[in-house]
Design a protein around this ligand. Structure first.
Ligand code: FES
Ligand code: FES
Length: 161
């Protein structure tokens, strides 16, 4: 079957098999290998991409569901000139990864939070990110990175005393 969708801002047409997942199509057909497949059962968040701005586990989303939708992956975040998205820069500045297997999914999930909200508190972000698992960092640097990006984007909620 044929699907058409907007992939990182580019109109994209593909011939797919009905049973193919979005993760398979993005990685194998589109060569966008930033998203990672780990659990393959919608538990870890490593495969997170945005579909119409919302985080989706691409390992369990069938590719045809992306038809006529807007899909964003980690590869689409930096500007064409190479300027990193504030989240990407904050993850570097806060050393918020070790093996980095979880990082693309973490960043895409955090992007949806920051895109959808005017202000984001630490409590909001911890709640929002609870579907993304990291085996390396202990999470604190990731929380710091998302808070840093929120400040950069003018979306940090005032700290509670
Ligand atoms: S690989 Fe998709 S949620 Fe874990
Ligand atoms: S940095 Fe290794 S799983 Fe998160």
């Amino acid at each position: 079957m044929k699907i058409e969708f907007l992939l990182n801002g580019n109109k994209t047409e593909l011939e797919i098999e009905p049973q193919e997942t979005l993760a398979q199509v993005l990685r194998d057909e589109c060569r966008l290998t930033g998203l990672k497949v780990s659990c393959d059962v919608q538990v870890c968040g490593a495969c997170t991409v945005l579909v119409d701005g919302l985080p989706v586990s691409s390992c369990t989303c069938l590719a045809y569901e992306a038809h006529d939708r807007r899909v964003e992956t980690i590869e689409g975040l930096a500007s064409p000139e190479g300027q990193l998205h504030p989240l990407q820069q904050a993850f570097i500045d806060e050393f918020a990864f070790q093996c980095a297997f979880c990082t693309p999914g973490m960043i895409m999930s955090a992007k949806s939070l920051l895109d959808e909200n005017e202000t984001v508190s630490e409590e909001d972000l911890i709640h929002h990110m609870d579907g993304n698992i990291c085996r390396c960092t202990g999470y604190l640097p990731i929380v710091r990175a998302i808070k840093r990006a929120a400040r950069t984007m003018g979306k940090a909620a005032p700290e509670q005393s």
